[in-house]
Design a binder for this molecule. Structure first.
Ligand SMILES: Cc1ncc(COP(=O)(O)O)c(C=O)c1O
Length: 440
C-alpha cells in the first residue's frame, strides 16, 4: 500500500467520524463547515452518511442554479401541451411524427393488452418472448434492410448492452466527441480503451484508427457515432465512415436515435446513404419518431444471435410490454405504407427554420428538423427560454455541460403534428422575446 492509498483511507475514516457526529465536511479544503440538521423527513432509520451526502449535494446544486425542476404535463405529449393549467405550443418533444398520440397506435396497444395482458412476465430468455416481440424484431430488420434485429427496453440500455456485449478490455473504441451519454456509458461499461475522435472529422478518425491498429495493443477496434447529433442536428458522414472503416477493418456502430423516422423517408440515416449492408450496428430507439419506448440493434443474423446471448439488459431485464411492442409494429407499418407524416415533418421544419432565420436568429447548421436557436451566454439562454414559456412556447434551454460553454441554445423540435398556425404563432412569440432580450 502506498502513501496515497493510506492517506485516502485515513481521510475517509475521518469523514465518517465527522458525519456520524452530525458535522459537515468541506470536500475541497477539509474544513468542518457547520452542524447539519439530520432530522429525517420520513419515518424509519436513514443512513446518516446518505442523508448528509444528499443534503450537501442538493444544496450545492440549488445554490449554483444547476438543480433541474421538472415540469409536469397535465395530459398527452402533443403539439400543444398543458403545464400548470396553461396551454403551450410544444417545441420540445422528440415525437417527430406525432405518433405518440396516434389513434392507430393506441388501438394496436389496446388490442394487444386484451390479447396478451399488460406485462411480458419475465426476461426474454426465460419466459418473456412472445410472438409479438419476434414480430417487432422481424419488422425492424425489414425496415432497416438487415438480416435480423433485437429489441431492448430502451435506447439507453440498448447502448449499454450492445456495446459491452461485443467490446472488451482488450479492445479500443473510437468515439465521436459529441456522442450521446448512453454511448459514453456503454463504452465505459465495456472496459475497452476509449479514444475520442474530433467531431465528424474523418481525417482524425483515420489517424487515430491507424495509430490504434499499429500500436498492436487491441484485438478489435470499433467506431461509434450518432447518426444525427441531437444538439446541433448535423448528420453523420456515413459515406466517409464506411470508407475509412472498410479500409482499416474497424467495426461500425451508428446510433440513429434522431435519424430513424426522420432520414431516409423514415428508415434512418444509414439507409438514407444506401449503406444498410455496410454498417455493422444500426442502433435506434423506439421512443422518438416511433413514439413509444424501447431500443434496438439491426444487423447480421450472427450479430443478433450473439447479442441475444450476451447483451445483459436483454438477458436480465423484463421485456417491453405487449402493448409497447404492438404500438411499435403499427408505427413501422405506417412509416412503410405512407411517407406523408415524414414529408409533413420536413415541410414544417423548413417553415419554422425559414421564419426564425428571417427574424435574424442564429439557427446553426442543422441538416434535420432539430432547430437550435443559438444564443451563447448561459444566463441569457435560460432567461430566453423562461420568457418563451411565459408567452406560450415550450422550448427548453440547453447549456453547458450538455453543449460547449458559450454556445447555450434553445432547442426546437417541430413535428408532423404541428399546424402552420401553431408554428406561425411560435415564431411571433420568438420575435417578441428576441427583441425584448435584444437577441435580434
Ligand atoms: C443519440 C441517442 N441515443 C440514445 C438515446 C436514448 O434513447 P431512449 O430515450 O430510448 O433511452 C437518446 C435519447 O435521448 C439519444 O438521443
Amino acid at each position: 500500500m502506498n502513501i496515497i492509498e493510506i492517506s485516502a483511507i485515513l481521510i475517509n475514516k475521518m469523514k465518517r467520524i465527522l458525519f456520524m457526529e452530525n458535522l459537515c465536511y468541506n470536500r475541497t479544503n477539509g474544513q468542518i463547515l457547520r452542524f447539519v440538521n439530520l432530522t429525517c423527513t420520513q419515518e424509519g432509520k436513514m443512513s446518516k452518511l446518505l442523508d448528509t451526502f444528499l443534503k450537501e449535494n442538493l444544496t450545492e446544486l440549488k445554490e449554483k442554479g444547476l438543480y433541474n425542476v421538472i415540469d409536469v404535463m397535465e395530459g398527452a405529449n402533443g403539439p400543444k401541451i398543458r403545464i400548470n393549467g396553461k396551454e403551450l405550443i410544444n417545441l420540445s418533444s422528440n415525437n417527430y411524427l406525432g405518433l405518440a398520440t396516434d389513434e392507430r397506435l393506441k388501438k394496436a396497444a389496446k388490442d394487444a393488452t386484451d390479447k396478451y395482458g399488460v406485462g411480458a412476465g419475465a426476461v426474454r430468455t426465460i419466459n418473456g418472448t412472445m410472438d409479438i416481440h419476434r414480430e417487432l424484431e422481424r419488422k425492424l430488420a425489414e425496415f432497416k434492410g438487415t438480416e435480423a434485429a433485437i429489441a431492448f427496453q430502451s435506447g439507453f440500455n440498448c447502448n449499454m448492452g450492445a456495446i459491452s456485449a461485443v467490446m472488451t478490455k482488450r479492445d479500443a473504441i473510437l468515439s465521436d466527441e459529441l456522442n450521446h451519454a448512453s454511448i459514453i456509458d456503454g463504452c465505459k461499461l465495456s472496459g475497452a480503451k476509449i479514444l475520442r475522435v474530433k467531431h465528424q472529422d474523418m481525417e482524425d478518425l483515420r489517424k487515430k484508427g491507424k495509430e490504434a491498429i499499429e500500436s498492436g495493443l487491441y484485438e478489435k477496434i470499433m467506431y461509434i457515432s450518432d447518426g444525427v447529433f441531437s444538439m446541433d442536428g448535423d448528420v453523420a458522414n456515413i459515406n466517409g465512415i464506411v470508407e475509412v472503416c472498410k479500409d482499416l477493418d474497424i467495426i461500425t456502430y451508428i446510433d440513429d436515435a434522431h435519424g430513424s423516422g426522420v432520414m431516409g423517408k423514415g428508415a434512418g440515416t444509414v439507409k438514407h446513404f444506401g449503406h444498410a449492408k455496410d454498417i455493422d450496428f444500426q442502433m435506434g430507439t423506439l421512443s422518438k419518431a416511433i413514439g413509444v419506448v424501447g431500443g434496438y440493434v439491426a444487423g447480421t443474423q450472427d450479430l443478433i444471435d450473439w447479442l441475444k446471448v450476451r447483451a445483459r439488459p436483454f438477458l436480465f431485464s423484463t421485456s417491453i410490454t405487449p402493448a409497447n411492442a404492438a404500438a411499435c409494429i403499427k408505427a413501422i407499418e405506417i412509416m412503410q405504407e405512407d411517407t406523408s407524416l415524414n414529408e409533413k415533418l420536413w415541410e414544417n421544419s423548413k417553415f419554422l427554420k425559414e421564419k426564425l432565420k428571417a427574424l435574424g436568429f442564429n439557427i446553426g447548421h442543422s441538416g434535420t428538423p432539430i432547430t437550435p436557436v443559438i444564443i451563447g451566454d448561459e444566463n441569457l439562454t435560460q432567461r430566453f427560454s423562461k420568457r418563451l414559456i411565459e408567452e406560450g412556447v415550450y422550448a427548453k434551454s440547453i447549456v453547458f455541460p450538455t453543449v460547449p460553454l458559450g454556445t447555450g441554445r434553445v432547442r426546437n423540435m417541430p413535428t408532423a403534428a404541428h399546424t402552420k398556425e401553431m408554428l406561425e404563432e411560435a415564431a411571433k412569440i420568438y420575435e417578441k422575446v428576441g427583441k425584448e432580450l435584444k437577441v435580434i
